[in-house]
Design a protein around this ligand. Structure first.
Ligand SMILES: Nc1ncnc2c1ncn2[C@@H]1O[C@H](COP(=O)(O)OP(=O)(O)OP(=O)(O)O)[C@@H](O)[C@H]1O
Ligand SMILES: [Mg+2]
Length: 767
């Protein structure tokens, strides 16, 4: 059977704090001051193991003269949904476990009467009577009474030898009993819980339901909550040690901290990965191999099977399963900001009823937590990778190895950098990002981009001399007006095919139209001496990006920043490919030209409310015309992100704005049937709000034969947009549709003075 049968006490690691708190509460039950706990967490995190470990600790504790705690473990997941069956099963477990606790060997047959007699010989009286009553209820087919009777057994049977401590596992299943109202179980247990003599530890994966029942029973305050999450880094590493030794698998100790983090410290994943490595008879010499083995496990091996079975069990119906997976993928991988039931149902694009059923199933299994309509989802890195796989394969039809490669690449490029490099790299990226933001159709000497020539000409000269010398440079480039600079390109799970440190979208001639679009891809080298291979790699990624975006040769600008030096071969190759290459000195000159100070320590100061320049004056306005084709909405979102960055908006609001504009664009792309095939975007940033306009020249919402359908199809996206922004206005007609979205900005705590000056409400409390 389940975890109880396979639990091995000596294979349990960590969770010292939880065990300590629970043990103490259990022992205090002996003095009538025990407290009760509600233990919850996602599936397979280790709730059952924690209870079983606790049972072991309690069994071996000695209570000098006092009654001993008798840990009674009972899982509600195994029982059938009939209360009679449950009562029978409970009775049996109680008698067996108690006899074992008192030192009896396992009886060969289950004979309740004989067991009661044995118990009497230990001084445990009153069993026979309860048993007789139970038999009567059973004969009458009165399930509820039988259940009340069985559950009262431990209380009536206790003597001064011991007192029961209840470890009730998978408690959410009690809500599924036939003919028994939700929460009845708690009503039955209520007097015992209240007494403080019988510590009650309920465990399960959907705290929402159980806490709702607790509240209804007025018991909520009596319970302390413990959320079970991954193991601490320390315990996790000890578990690696144990597992590797058992399977004679060798993983260098230096890889373990990162590997633990990779698996969210979740023990069952560690187990599965070690099994996978053992099964493949693989050697793990380095991080890349480990990452590859992990990717295999999650795309076709054990980790994959585990989650596949999980979803097959949870959603036997295929199309519903697909919907649930797509939904979770958007939430867990793409980090769609979502916290209400309504928003979730909109995102799924299904009927209210089906949406609620899907959410309910996910909650039952512990993948989401619902508290007063507020939803929060598990943050499980392995599940996220699984969903990515399922989506890429099921929806986009990609092959397993393609997905695995993408997972490996994403991980390696985003994994923690070597010590000492990380901060410096991030700082350089932040500097360049700031720099690009300042580009505004200016002409700068081309030499600034060309490392080889720059060195020839200015090598050995001082900064000031160079700046003066630059004045006379004839060769100049015109830098586009950059509207958006983002770190990475598709760095999220949407498809980490090419991954750059920075991608900037710019528009030549200050005209924000597709024809004038220029994309800059930037990489800041981490290696001290840049080699030709890194250049080659960069060029390849650029080619892919250009292909995907359909960019003409000169509209993709490629720029590499050297860390310290570069191989002559790398410099040659860069020249051949037309990659700009700059040295830190050159970048410093850039900063000088653009009147920027080099950023100190903290990257991205603009977000923390440093100097929100445009907020005080007139609204800042951007306009942009985009073709209705795949990924245009990403450009729209990126621009929104940058506009928001000007206002030092918090990350969550930025996400919401981005998602809203993406939805509005997709709506226009899919349902407007526009002939020009273009969508016009306007961004308006004022001190107190951001306004976004998405305009198409299609057929509007209501005209034509497909009116109903068009309305319906747009409906989900609109609902979602309403979730995401504060105000939505739609003007639609036969000439097209404009969706206006407004997000009001709060005056952050960093700038109360300006908020007042601009006529905000007098008291900050009113906001
Ligand atoms: N602290 C731990 N140390 C080592 N292994 C653990 C630990 N906790 C859990 N495990 C392993 O993880 C597996 C899953 O744990 P367990 O069955 O306790 O999870 P659960 O939270 O009860 O899951 P469910 O939601 O399915 O009931 C166990 O079989 C065990 O091998
Ligand atoms: Mg369990």
């Amino acid at each position: 059977m389940g975890a109880e049968a396979s639990f091995r006490e000596d294979e349990f690691f960590g969770r010292e704090e939880e065990l300590h708190a629970l043990t103490r509460a259990a022992l205090e039950g002996g003095r009538g001051i025990g407290s009760s706990f509600m233990i919850y967490g996602p599936p397979n995190i280790g709730k059952t193991s924690l209870l079983l470990k606790l049972a072991h600790v309690l069994r071996t504790s000695t209570g000098e003269g006092l009654p001993r705690p008798f840990p009674l473990y009972f899982s509600f997941s195994q029982i059938l949904s009939h209360p009679l069956a449950l009562s029978q099963h409970f009775l049996q477990e109680f008698l067996l476990q108690l006899l074992r606790f008192l030192g009896e060997a396992q009886p060969s047959a289950f004979n309740p009467a004989a067991m009661c007699d044995r118990l009497a010989s230990f001084g445990v009286t009153g069993c026979r009577e309860v048993l007789a009553a139970h038999e009567r209820c059973t004969a009458e087919g009165d399930g509820l009474s039988a259940l009340v009777n069985a559950l009262s057994f431990p209380f009536s049977a206790s003597g001064d030898l011991f007192y029961p401590v209840f470890l009730f596992d998978d408690f959410q299943y009690t809500g599924k009993l036939q003919g028994v109202p939700d929460g009845a179980m708690l009503s039955i247990l209520r007097p015992y819980i209240k007494s403080g003599h019988f510590p009650m530890f309920l465990s399960g994966s959907s705290p929402g339901r159980v806490t709702a029942s607790l509240k209804r029973e007025g018991l909520f305050g009596t319970f302390q909550m413990i959320e079970v999450a991954g193991l601490s880094a320390d315990s996790s590493i000890r578990l690696w040690g144990h597992l590797c030794e058992r399977r004679r698998v060798e993983i260098p100790a230096s890889l373990l901290p990162r590997a633990s983090e990779r698996l969210g410290g979740i023990p069952v994943y560690q187990r599965m990965l070690v099994e996978e490595i053992f099964f493949r008879n693989a050697k793990v010499p380095d991080a890349i191999t480990l990452e590859n083995l992990y990717a295999l496990a999650v795309t076709e091996g054990k980790l994959n099977r585990y989650w596949r079975e999980f979803f097959e069990n949870t959603f036997p119906d295929r199309s519903r399963r697909g919907r649930a997976i797509r939904f979770l993928k958007r939430v867990l991988c793409d980090r769609f900001p979502l916290d209400t039931v309504e928003g979730a149902i909109s995102l799924m694009g299904v009927s209210q009823e089906e949406g609620e059923e899907i959410l309910s199933a996910l909650e039952f299994k512990g993948l989401l937590k619902a508290d007063l309509e507020q939803l929060s989802f598990v943050g499980d890195p392995v599940l996220a990778d699984f969903l990515y796989w399922a989506f890429e394969r099921g929806v986009l039809g990609k092959g397993t190895s393609q997905v695995a490669a993408a997972i490996v690449q994403a991980q390696l490029s985003h994994g923690s950098p070597e010590p000492g490099q990380g901060a410096d790299h991030a700082r350089r990226v932040a500097i360049v990002k700031e720099l690009m933001r300042k580009w505004d159709l200016r002409e700068v000497p081309l030499l600034l981009f060309d490392f080889g020539k720059f060195r020839e000409k200015f090598g050995g000269k001082g900064l000031l001399e160079v700046v003066i010398g630059m004045e006379h440079e004839a060769m100049r480039v015109r830098l586009p007006k950059v509207s958006s600079v983002s770190t990475g390109y598709r760095a999220s799970r949407g498809g980490p095919r090419f991954d750059f440190d920075l991608v900037a979208y710019g528009f030549l001639e200050g005209d924000f139209s597709e024809e004038n679009l220029v994309i800059w891809a930037v990489d800041a080298a981490v290696e001290k001496n840049l080699g030709a291979r890194a250049v080659e790699h960069f060029e390849n990624r650029c080619r892919l990006l250009a292909l995907e975006k359909g960019l003409p040769h000169d509209r993709l600008r490629k720029w590499m920043l050297i860390n310290e030096t570069a191989d002559p071969a790398a410099v040659d190759l860069a020249e051949q490919y037309g990659i700009h290459m700059s040295h830190p000195t050159q970048v410093r000159l850039f900063l000088n030209l653009f009147g920027l100070e080099e950023l100190e320590r903290e990257p991205e100061p603009s977000r923390s409310g440093g100097a929100p320049a445009p907020r005080a004056g007139k609204p800042l306005e951007y306009e942009l015309v985009l073709p209705m084709k795949a990924d245009s909405e990403v450009v729209a979102a990126r621009v929104a992100e940058e506009v928001a960055a000007f206002a030092a908006v918090d990350a969550d609001t930025v996400d919401r704005i981005k998602m809203a504009i993406i939805e509005a664009c997709i709506n226009a792309f899919e349902h407007s049937a526009s002939e020009s095939g273009k969508v016009r975007l306007r961004y308006l940033l004022s001190p107190d709000k951001i306004e976004l306009f998405v305009q198409d020249d299609g057929r509007g919402f209501r005209t034509g034969k497909a009116a109903e359908e068009s309305k319906k199809n747009r409906g989900w996206g609109l609902k979602l947009i309403r979730e995401l922004v504060d105000d939505v206005e739609i003007i639609t007609g036969p000439d097209g549709t404009v969706v206006r979205m407004v997000k009001y900005l709060e005056a952050g705590p960093g700038k109360p003075a300006t908020a007042k000056e601009t006529g905000g409400p007098a008291s900050p409390g009113e906001r």
